[in-house]
Design a protein around this ligand. Sequence first.
Ligand code: COA
Length: 188
Amino acid sequence: MTEDHGLDQIEFPVLEGQTVKLRELLIDDAANMSRLMSYNISKWLWEVPHPYTLENAMNFIDSSHKEFRLLKAMNFAILYKMNSESKSLVGIIGLKNINIDDRKANLGYWIGESFWGNGIASESVKLIINYAFSVLRLEDIYAYVYSQNKPSIRVLEKNGMTRVCEVNEYSKKLDRYQKTAKFLIKRK
Ligand SMILES: CC(C)(COP(=O)(O)OP(=O)(O)OC[C@H]1O[C@@H](n2cnc3c(N)ncnc32)[C@H](O)[C@@H]1OP(=O)(O)O)[C@@H](O)C(=O)NCCC(=O)NCCS
């Protein structure tokens, strides 16, 4: 299906920024994912339960690998170079619902609470957008963010994403409707 786009042989990339490095998720990342996923993170995410067990994390990594082979999703481990343990995952960023034919995808991310406020999400989003436009040749990248999530909205706006609309979506996890802003950046 991806043959026409020359992306069928794609290797999972390593994306290097000044303070972050993004690489493929490894099964050994599961322990850090489970440890870092606090309630204050999961409450902003559509599908992530709390507590987030080792099994939850391992399932996520496993399905990430499968979805990458189909080029449906690319989930990266975020490493923070300023951290004394610079090889340890501090968060996740990913593209999901990748549609190579329609050239679009959705962006999502989270950072461990103790690492907030260091510009990690901002730089990671920049790297992913550049990769999605220049290598995957996508045209549209969307992000859905709870309307009250000011830090995340700031991260999107700093990266040139603009609000398209606000929708009131039913959340199975919350069992209620949730105001959600839809953001978009188009390839120039
Ligand atoms: C949103 C999140 C990823 C941000 O990660 P981060 O690495 O701390 O982000 P950055 O440091 O790159 O940038 C955060 C920006 O928000 C700003 N900010 C923080 N709190 C804010 C608030 N209450 N109101 C407005 N802006 C705020 C910061 O000042 C910074 O902007 P600046 O660089 O202009 O100063 C992180 O808080 C997180 O994981 N939250 C929970 C999960 C989540 O919301 N994911 C996104 C779902 S769409």
